[in-house]
Design a binder for this molecule. Structure first.
Ligand code: 13P
Length: 254
């Protein structure tokens, strides 16, 4: 059975004091969840708070910490960058790779992202690999080709055992931070497509075991109908993950 996951990507938000309060509220609000086995909550705060976040959630099996990015090299002269080993050493277990903000604002290429996935896995971090089309690509009907290529170049060259440690997040760029979420039908259609191509590249068993998250204006109001789709295994939440009450409602929506 694949895991159901709700992950909060805080992006570049919150001071340390605010981060501590938010984690505190989330942990308190989710204390009943920690007894339920098939759900996992992931919190992805900015780098400086990873260690504190890991400390505050230590021993809670249903809550894990993720970084929002890592570098593709193991270590070395890369001023200002953070390695997968550094992230792992804080207690974080996951890393978001290939978010559209990294692809678009920081010009991260498919090759660079594939190297990040490789080093993350080699180090022992589980990648949450993001894919998704631009508005213009959807309008021209190219969304399936775009997503197929992102997955082919980013993760489909992994071995079966490596791939089984990857979570996929479908985040249509036009839905991120816009207040316009993909409809439940659009989300289900793309998630079913992603599962189909995973099955073609690996096997039905692997595809059935892969968690595929939806991200893009997912909030406390629309999460339940998005998560009700058979191929939507939870969400990668931006804005709504910054408000404890909303994030908890989202977690309780599946
Ligand atoms: P929003 O939920 O703010 O649209 O952001 C989605 C996202 O980019 C999560 O990684």
């Amino acid at each position: 059975m694949r895991k159901k996951i709700v992950a909060g990507n805080w992006k570049m938000n919150k001071t340390l004091t605010e981060a501590i309060s938010l984690i505190d509220e989330i942990v308190t609000g989710l204390k009943d969840l920690v007894k339920n086995d098939d759900k996992l909550v992931i919190i992805a705060p900015p780098f400086p708070y990873l260690m504190k976040a890991a400390e505050m959630t230590k021993g809670l099996n249903q809550i894990e910490i993720a970084a929002q990015n890592c570098h593709s090299n193991e270590k070395g002269a890369f001023t200002g960058e953070i390695s997968a080993a550094m992230i792992l050493s804080t207690g974080a277990k996951f890393v978001i790779i290939g978010h559209s903000e990294r692809r678009n604002y920081f010009k991260e290429t498919d090759d660079f992202l594939a190297k990040k996935v490789e080093i993350a896995l080699k180090t022992g971090l589980k990648p949450i690999f993001c894919c998704g089309e631009l508005l213009s690509e959807r309008q021209s009907g190219n969304q399936f080709d775009i997503v197929r290529n992102q997955l082919k170049n980013g993760v489909f060259n992994l071995s079966e055992s490596e791939f089984s440690n990857v979570v996929i997040a479908y985040e249509p760029v036009w839905a991120i931070g816009t207040g316009v979420n993909a409809s439940p039908e659009q989300a289900q259609e793309m998630h079913a497509f992603i599962r189909k191509i995973i099955s073609e590249n690996y096997s039905t068993q692997i595809s059935e075991n892969t968690t595929i998250l939806y991200g893009g204006s997912c909030n406390a109001q629309n999460a339940a109908e998005l998560f009700a789709n058979p191929d939507v295994d939870g969400g990668l939440i931006g804005g709504a993950s910054l408000i404890a009450k909303d994030f908890i409602t989202i977690v309780n929506s599946y």
